[in-house]
Every structure is written in structure tokens, then in C-alpha cells.
Design a protein around this ligand. Structure first.
Ligand code: PLP
Length: 361
């Protein structure tokens, strides 16, 4: 697999001189630990105490291949979603699941259909597979424009629906998504990316994992990188029907998830309080941020995730650069929304710092 870091990816996709300069700026900063990182939609509080302890306990297992730990986590996930273990595939982050889906279901004859803007990595993998990438702008409420995506998907190999969507933090309503999934061609695979599932609180939002039972063309991905605070550990998964899992797994290296990530994910699923606690912290800090941003005269899109889009009503590229030089990393430039700033919800003191910088204009 090509070595492509998130930071390098931001440089390629954003294409902004500011983003390209980031590593050098970081290296030159006298006190890099003072850098406020609100750029990658991470959970700043980190893994649960149970996950940290599980990793400490697993140090002696570092010399073994992680077969038992894979089985344990796959069983946990299968139980959680009421599916068979053969319907679960683990990935080195959900990024790997996206890469496998592009490899398995897109090619020069079978396009990928995505929203614009959305999380870009799957489009990059589809292009590597020689596939055309068809982009369908989000609708006026920043939901996926499902009727237009359906039209665009004729003959396509893969449709990617990110719900909640990155970078907008908006949702595509559950009812409409369900109808779309049953209306799409059975020859076209639909990947619904639920990376931010745990943060969504809208009554219009829902997971579509239960539809896997009757939809052989549906793949639903989740990650331990967001609410579980494990972005640096790299563990994600998908749920699909058995034959679909086999098609994905055919493109995967062996043992791509390491033993620390596996035991931490297992412990995280066993820590029932973690999700509720981090959902609450995120909601509280986000509500404070909304009030502060509105007081400064800006508007935020509705957010169902651990990040927000702020409408700046001006080109945000210079602001992204200026904030970085002042020690606050915010999201990269999204060319389809050049006047919107994506900001991750950090700890209260980090958001305070962000608001101070925003107030400077
Ligand atoms: N999907 C979405 C929508 C994301 O925003 C991200 C990361 O930011 C990922 C997938 C990949 O996450 P990971 O590989 O850490 O699971």
C-alpha cells in the first residue's frame, strides 16, 4: 500500500500553499505542543481508561500474530450489530475499508459516485483503480442529493454516501437514504460511511446497518477513530453480506490491524459509559462554540458530528494560513465550499483559543 499520510493527503487535495507549508511551519515552531489541533476531527480526550489498560496488558502479546484478538473483536462487532462474524471485516482504520471498496467495486468500466463535497479518500482510491469519479453536489440542505446520485449511478460500480457527511457535518435523512438504497441497481455497491454515527442526535438520522440483511450490495463502515478516541491506533470495520465481505477481503493484506488496536477496540466496546460521555462533551462544547461564533456575527451549518462548518462569507484560505501561523490548525480548504471553515470540536480551552483567533478576523 502506498504510504500516504493524512497530512500529505491534505496537501494534495487542498492544493493550498498554506497546507503545503504546514509540516515546515510545525517544525519551525518553538513549542509545537502549544499547537491547537482542530483539523482532523479527532476526539481530543483519547481512548477510554479501559482501552488504555487493555493495551498495557497486551504488551507481552506484541511478538505474536493477532489471530485470537481479531476473532474476539469480530465476535464483539457481530454481536453488537446482530450479524454473523462472517459479515464483519476489520480494517486498518475505516480508511482501509474505503480503499478495499474502491479496489473491489470500481474500475475503468465502473465509476464511483460521490457527493461534492465529501470525504475525499475513496475518490482518490477509485482514480488509482482507473475509475471515473462522478460528483453530485449536495442539495440545498447539505444532504446528499439522492435523486441525482441515483441518476448518476447508472452503470456505476460504487456509490459512496458519507452520513453524517465530512466536511459539512450534515446528515442525509434516514428515510430518504433507505428508499435510495432499495432503488439503486443491485449491480452497484453502496458504501455508507458511518464514521460519525455516534455523534448524531437528530431524529432524522439513523444507521442503515440493519438493511445489510436484505441488501447484498450494501456495505456500512464504522471506525474507532472518532468517538472512541483511537485515531492513532488505526481500527475500523465494515458490515456487509458474506459474499460482499469476501470480495473486499480478497484485496486486503493479512493482519492489517495490530494487536494494540484490537485489544483497545474490544475494551472500548465493553465500556458502556464512554460513548454517552463523549457525545455529551461534544454536544456541550459545540453548543458553546455556536453561541460564541454567532456572537461574532458568523453562522454555523447544523452539525451532527464532532466538527462544524462556519460560513465566513469570504475566501477562507488566508484565514486557514493565518490561524496556522498563530498556532491553531483548522480544517483544510474544501474547494467546493471555499468560504466555509471546518473546525473540529476540541476541549473547551482549545475552542476558547480558536474563538479568540476568530475574533481577530
Ligand atoms: N470516513 C470519514 C467520513 C472520515 O472523516 C474519516 C477520517 O477522518 C475516515 C473515514 C477515516 O477514518 P479512519 O481511517 O481513522 O477510520
Amino acid at each position: 500500500m502506498a504510504v500516504l499520510s493524512r497530512r500529505a493527503f491534505a496537501q494534495i487535495v487542498g492544493g493550498a500553499a498554506a497546507a503545503a507549508a504546514l509540516p515546515l511551519q510545525l517544525a519551525a515552531r518553538p513549542n509545537a505542543s502549544a499547537f491547537v489541533r482542530l483539523s482532523a476531527n479527532e476526539n481530543p480526550y483519547g481512548p477510554s481508561a479501559a482501552a488504555l489498560q487493555a493495551m498495557r496488558d497486551a504488551f507481552p502479546k506484541a511478538c505474536r500474530y493477532p489471530d485470537d484478538e481479531v476473532d474476539t473483536l469480530v465476535d464483539d462487532i457481530a454481536k453488537l450489530h446482530g450479524v454473523s462474524p462472517r459479515q464483519v471485516l476489520l480494517g486498518d482504520g475505516s480508511s482501509e475499508i474505503l480503499q478495499l471498496a474502491a479496489a473491489a467495486f470500481s474500475n475503468p468500466q465502473r465509476a464511483l459516485v460521490v457527493a461534492e463535497p465529501t470525504f475525499e479518500s475513496i475518490a482518490q482510491h477509485a482514480r488509482s483503480a482507473g475509475a471515473e469519479v462522478k460528483r453530485v453536489p449536495l442539495d440545498a440542505s447539505f444532504a446528499h442529493d439522492l435523486p441525482k446520485m441515483l441518476e448518476a449511478s447508472r452503470g456505476a460500480g460504487l456509490i459512496y454516501v458519507c452520513n453524517p457527511n465530512n466536511p459539512t457535518a450534515t446528515i442525509t435523512p434516514d428515510k430518504a437514504l433507505r428508499s435510495f438504497i432499495s432503488a439503486a441497481s443491485p449491480d452497484t455497491t453502496i458504501l455508507v460511511d458511518e464514521a460519525y454515527y455516534h455523534y448524531a442526535t437528530s431524529s432524522d438520522y439513523g444507521s442503515v446497518i440493519d438493511l445489510v440483511a436484505k441488501q447484498p450490495n450494501l456495505v456500512v463502515s464504522r471506525t474507532f477513530s472518532k468517538i472512541y478516541g483511537m485515531a492513532g491506533l488505526r481500527c475500523g470495520y465494515c458490515v456487509a453480506q458474506e459474499q460482499t465481505i469476501r470480495r473486499l477481503a480478497a484485496h486486503q493484506a493479512w493482519d492489517t490491524v495490530n494487536v494494540m488496536a484490537l485489544v483497545a477496540a474490544h475494551a472500548s466496546l465493553g465500556d458502556e459509559r464512554h460513548v454517552a460521555e463523549h457525545r455529551r462533551r461534544n454536544s456541550d462544547t459545540k453548543a458553546w462554540l455556536r453561541r460564541s461564533v454567532e456572537r461574532l456575527g458568523y453562522r454555523m451549518l447544523p452539525s451532527e458530528a464532532n466538527f462544524v462548518m462556519i460560513e465566513m462569507k469570504r475566501d477562507v484560505k488566508p484565514l486557514i494560513t493565518a490561524m496556522r501561523t498563530r498556532g491553531v490548525a483548522v480544517g483544510r480548504l474544501f474547494p467546493a465550499m471555499p468560504q466555509n471553515l471546518r473546525v473540529t470540536i476540541g476541549k473547551p480551552e482549545e475552542m476558547q483559543r480558536f474563538v479568540e483567533e476568530l475574533a481577530k478576523g
